[in-house]
Write a protein that binds this ligand. Structure first.
Ligand code: ADP
Ligand code: ZN
Length: 191
């Protein structure tokens, strides 16, 4: 029987820091462009790791992205010609990003989100767990544990070189802060 396959779905790429989420998102963006699809990429305005107007991976790949300060602003920038919507660091958006992704997928757009699934404490991070449950396609990546070489699902937060405590403030003035990939067994959290 002849039928038209309907377009529109949500893909999510998750995992800890250094697991290759941005690398994989950039790869999918690139391939969509090769397929001559209209791609629009976004990132939260607060994330300015390397470039303010780009998605950047730790191994040096870059893709243009619009910094946005809310899910509503993201939605307002999307026109009917857009086929693919890519969102990096999706954990930093408010929960409304889930409805926005659902609406875009319902409208026939391919939505690709990348983000941390756990915070430095190993707890579900922001809207990512919600997106995991509604997405059609879930990719969970692992980094390499810097302590033991095992696959790493967690992100270790270090303050002045020492494991961070559960209640340490998110921004500590004057302290040096670092993140590294660790497996469940090497992950340390001061309580
Ligand atoms: P993410 O977006 O998940 O933080 P990136 O795509 O930015 O990850 O970076 C992935 C790249 O980071 C890898 O291809 C590798 O070159 C580099 N890298 C550095 N440290 C590690 C590590 N501990 N485990 C895996 N990759 C690492
Ligand atoms: Zn380990």
């Amino acid at each position: 029987r002849l039928y038209i396959k309907r377009q529109g779905w949500i893909e999510i790429i998750c995992g800890g820091m250094f697991s290759g989420k941005s690398e994989e998102l950039i790869r999918r963006i690139r391939r969509a462009k090769i397929a001559k699809l209209q791609v629009m990429a976004f990132k939260p305005a607060i994330d300015d790791r390397y470039h303010s107007e780009a998605i950047a991976s730790h191994n040096g790949l870059i893709a243009d992205a619009h910094p946005v300060s809310s899910a509503t602003e993201l939605m307002s920038l999307i026109t009917s010609e857009v086929d693919v919507v890519a969102i990096d660091e999706v954990q930093f958006f408010e929960p409304e990003i889930v409805e926005v992704c659902q609406d875009l997928a319902d409208q026939g757009k391919r939505v690709i989100c990348a983000g941390l699934d756990q915070d430095f404490r190993g707890k579900p991070f922001g809207p990512t767990p919600l997106l995991l449950s509604v997405a059609e396609y879930v990719t969970k990546l692992q980094a390499i544990c810097v302590k033991c070489g095992a696959p790493a699902s967690r992100t270790q937060r270090l303050i002045d070189g020492r494991p961070a405590a559960v209640n340490d403030p998110v921004i500590q003035v004057g302290a040096s802060e670092q993140y590294e990939a660790r497996c469940r067994h090497c992950h340390e959290l001061v309580v």
